[in-house]
Write a new protein. Sequence first.
Length: 349
Amino acid sequence: MIKTDILIIGAGPTGLFTVFEAGLLKLKCHLIDALPQPGGQCSEIYPKKPIYDIPGFPEVLAGDLTHNLLEQGKQFEPGFTLGERADTIEKLADGSFIVTTNKGTKHHAPIVAIAGGLGSFEPRKPLIENIANYEDNGVAYFIKDPEVYRNKKVVISGGGDSALDWSVFLADVASEVTLIHRRNEFRGALDSVEKARELKQLDKINIITPAEVTALHGNSKLEGISILKDGEKSLLETDYFIPLFGLSPKLGPIGNWGLEIEKNAIKVDTLDYQTNIPGVFAIGDVNTYPGKLKLILCGFHEATLMCQSAYKIINPGKKYILKYTTVSGINGFDGTRKEAPKAVVQAIN
């Protein structure tokens, strides 16, 4: 039986940052994740994808963000159960919980924080008859290592942020990048749309709209695609076809835990992101509430407030006085103290 103060289900960015915020409150964390390594989608799907909306980082690669979060939290000595899925939850008479994984590993904690991101997920695949024949032979649904596409011809299909961002990024990597979308309008951020259109004007990427890919061609590997535009078909040679139509999220076993679910997400109270089960919280992309934005930085905010509430549950009647880390420094569980810079302390005083 693994015992901890806060059991975190999901080791993506939000779950990893929870370790740090809980550590400031002297609360121990243990994380469960079905993937074999921490980082969630940032590690598994797009470790080399740049992220632009993390405060203090004009640009940071998803894999580097994971590394930094692990470094930030390691002083608080979190535990990990990796490669196992949280399967069942049992609430005990004292209000604490036992969570058992699909491999039978049991975890006991007074607080459960579900930070499962989109849950278990599968890529949404286009309805192209022979697409399975080319998977791993020219067709990919995620971009893990952009260097695979160095000096290659790449076709990306989709109209959201991933399709736009990767088209922009690969413009300096691939020999030829073509972005295909079935509509003239894109769903991604305005800045990404403008960057893509600027690169088109500079002949660094091709944009074909409204159009769709209807067939794939090649013997042992992909060699070309058929495009339907304005009722006419054309053939385009390519080395890779990457349809980025998003993910089909599934809560998995968590959906059977008696939580209040709305549109495949867990409803929470915005006071502290607690669910309808006292002691069980949901933070990050897995939750929903009025005005919810599925952004990593929003998950960080939710984790911070959740930890404050968790402290009160674990320490009833004990008052916690918030101290800024610029003044108080950080004490890890090993007793190591990191002082705030003197100049910062003097400025605040």
